[in-house]
Design a binder for this molecule. Structure first.
Ligand code: PGA
Length: 257
């Protein structure tokens, strides 16, 4: 069974490890309670939580017996050395972190280029981390047409990535206009983007990319999550704001059929 992927991006929240622990424990308690008599419900989902770097050490210990996996929100491409303030893939793996978000629009906004995104993708996948690569346009003039920038971001980010690394890559389609705006894309819009992204990657890496996992992100909440998660061409969701509310996030997870 192919599992649906539900990713939480906590961004620069919360401000203390204690609060991070409370949110995490509250989420797992909510899931436990709701699924008390239907344990199988969680078997069809892969839950990935991406807290800030500073909360990762504690959460990876607190969550070690749960099925939740952890990811970071960024990584540097060099292996080690004089790179003040940066974090390497090896450091993340040392924290039992298995995933990393790369190229989020909130990082691109601060000057992260496609070239930097590409170096981060290559370094992470080479080092055995699973990559959650974010792409998405700022504006969509015609709602029925995904702008070419999405295709370009995918091409540039995956330059030099061999076929053998494909199973380490998840692409998150996150239209920038939908992030944090309360105005999500429609499932049809997200589906069109997923089709374009898959076609682009098949064009680069061949039919092996047929099974590439593509998720949607941008103003996902408990009400709309099911329409994205359960869409046949979408493999899951990347959730920002709503993932910090344990009850809401539990509902999002449980909306996977
Ligand atoms: P949002 O953020 O769910 O708050 O819109 C999504 C994201 O930035 O990944």
């Amino acid at each position: 069974m192919v599992k649906k992927i539900i990713i939480a991006n906590w961004k620069m929240n919360p401000q203390t490890s204690k609060e991070a622990e409370r949110i995490f424990n509250s989420l797992t308690n909510n899931l436990r309670q709701i699924t008390k008599n239907k344990k199988s419900k969680l078997k069809n989902v892969e839950i990935i939580i991406c807290p800030s770097f500073t909360h990762l050490p504690l959460l990876s210990v607190v969550g070690r017996r749960s099925s939740v996996k952890f990811g970071a929100q960024d990584v540097f491409w060099e292996l080690q050395g004089a790179y003040t303030g940066e974090i390497s893939a090896a450091m993340l793996k040392d924290l039992k972190c298995q995933y990393v978000i790369i190229g989020h629009s909130e990082r691109r906004k601060f000057g992260e280029t496609d070239d930097m995104v590409n170096k981060k993708v290559l370094a992470s996948a080479n080092d055995g981390l699973n990559v959650i690569l974010c792409v998405g346009e700022h504006y969509r003039e015609n709602h029925n047409e995904i702008p070419a920038i999405v295709e370009e971001q995918v091409r540039l980010a995956l330059a030099g990535v061999p076929k053998s690394m494909l199973d380490k890559i998840i692409i998150a389609y996150e239209p920038v206009w939908a992030i944090g705006s309360g105005m999500p894309d429609t499932p049809e819009g997200a589906m069109m983007a997923a089709v374009l992204i898959r076609k682009t990657v098949i064009g680069i890496l061949g039919s092996a990319a047929k099974n590439l996992r593509i998720v949607y992100g941008g103003s996902v909440n408990a009400e709309n999550a099911g329409s994205f998660i359960n869409h046949e061409s979408i493999d899951g969701v990347l959730v920002g704001g709503a993932s910090l509310d344990p009850r809401e996030f539990a509902k999002i997870i449980l909306s996977a059929k």
